[in-house]
Design a protein around this ligand. Structure first.
Ligand code: GMT
Length: 379
């Protein structure tokens, strides 16, 4: 007998960022498998599928009141979650981030009659554990939200360990890695490279991030500067999910104006992944680093520091190159140089990266794990 389709509520931060992308793609894949998906957030998520009859969006409206110095999002979110759960008989509310999404989900569940309550799945992507858990104003609420979720997942083993260490959670934590399913590039590689101003023979190093402090854009530019001084033939293309202006002076100071190209809020991501030769990342920590996986899916290796969950995503010397010591930009630049000078090795690592992405981090593998988890809970 075919199991019945599930009704799943998804809440994420809708802005540009790996967790929002992951939640959007998860919604799309679940709908493709016949489930009904309800996004609940203050905005449509960045990559939420537009015209899918099984995908719905429920906006959370936050009114402002003179009485409140700070507008509150958690309560209107919880009311909307309860409303959507009741009206659509949701089986599962899958929230990405404990703060404030899991806390709102707990409240929503409490507002509903027993027997009409969705199961709550909380996925941790990073900041809850690595930053907010240490804040006495947030830590206890995060721990409470996790202890009272019906299931907790993390996007890497690293994140699971960190969560146990910082939050002393007693509930089981399941690791379900991120996934990425690339769409076919819409534009030819040569066209994209020409539009970016690349000259013949120039290698395209691609960096994608929201430029948060922990992405260490200072180290990214320092690495580019080392390559520039070594007269390597490259261009660094930065797909920025935030305003790049704060870094422009540093680009000038390092003499990199002709080497660095910035594009902001790009959506046709596959065109750039396909146009790239390799990825370059300098984060001081990452629970996963979805951007590395995005490049791998298109057969492009990345160079990065071996921090956080990155070594779970890409294997050193097999699918990419990782510098062991964080901050050692000389080592990082040397690894980039080896790949710039050896296209055959770059291609071999890239092909292995594509295979690893398919074997371990495809929708087929990962969405099935989420589906199994939902079904276990929704009995
Ligand atoms: O990295 C960010 O600044 C954004 C953040 C997010 O919410 O998307 O990224 C986190 O979640 C991604 C999806 O699981 C991971 O790929 C990123 O590694 C993680 N960021 C950090 O851990 C710093």
């Amino acid at each position: 007998m075919t199991p019945r389709p599930l009704k799943v509520g998804l809440t994420c931060y809708p802005s540009v960022g790996g967790s929002g992308i992951l939640a959007s793609e998860l919604g799309e894949e679940l709908a493709r498998r016949g489930h009904e998906v309800h996004f609940i957030s203050y905005e449509r998520p960045f990559r939420m599928p537009a015209d899918d009859p099984r995908v719905f969006f429920h906006p959370v409206v936050v009114n402002s009141y003179d009485l409140f110095k700070y507008p509150d999002y958690t309560l209107p979110l919880s009311v909307k979650m309860a409303e959507v759960s009741r009206d659509h008989a949701l089986d599962v509310l899958h929230v990405h981030y404990a703060v404030p999404h899991a806390t709102a989900a707990l409240l929503a569940r409490d507002m509903l009659p027993v027997g009409r309550r969705p199961k709550i799945v909380t996925t941790l992507h990073g900041t809850d554990t690595t930053l907010l858990a240490r804040d006495p104003g947030y830590g206890p609420a995060i721990r409470h939200a996790l202890e009272h979720s019906d299931a907790i997942t993390t996007v890497s083993e690293f994140m699971r360990r960190e969560t146990l260490a910082h939050l002393a959670v007693t509930r089981p934590i399941e690791v379900i890695h991120n996934f990425f399913e690339p769409r076919p590039p819409a534009r030819a590689r040569a066209d994209v490279r020409r539009d970016l101003g690349l000259r013949d023979g120039e290698a395209l190093l691609l960096h994608l991030s929201n430029l948060r402090a922990l992405k260490r854009i200072d180290l990214l530019l320092e690495t580019a500067s080392r390559l520039h001084r070594a007269r390597e033939n490259f261009r660094l293309v930065i797909l920025a999910g935030a305003d790049f202006a704060p870094f422009s002076a540093e680009v000038q100071r390092l003499g990199l104006a002709d080497r660095v190209v910035v594009r902001t809020n790009v959506t046709d991501i596959e065109d750039y992944l396909h146009a790239a030769d390799l990825g370059l990342f300098t984060s001081e920590t990452e629970s996963f680093c979805l951007s590395i996986l995005e490049l791998m899916s298109l057969g492009r290796p990345s160079v990065a520091f071996a921090v956080g969950g990155i070594p779970e995503v890409t294997a050193h010397n097999e699918t990419g190159l990782l510098a062991p010591t964080f901050g050692d930009t000389a080592a990082l630049a040397a690894l980039v140089q080896t790949l710039l000078r050896d296209p055959a090795r770059r291609a071999a690592l890239g092909e292995a990266a594509r295979q690893r992405a398919r074997d371990l981090f495809s929708a087929n593998v990962i969405v099935t794990r989420y589906e199994e988890l939902y079904r276990r809970l929704a009995v």
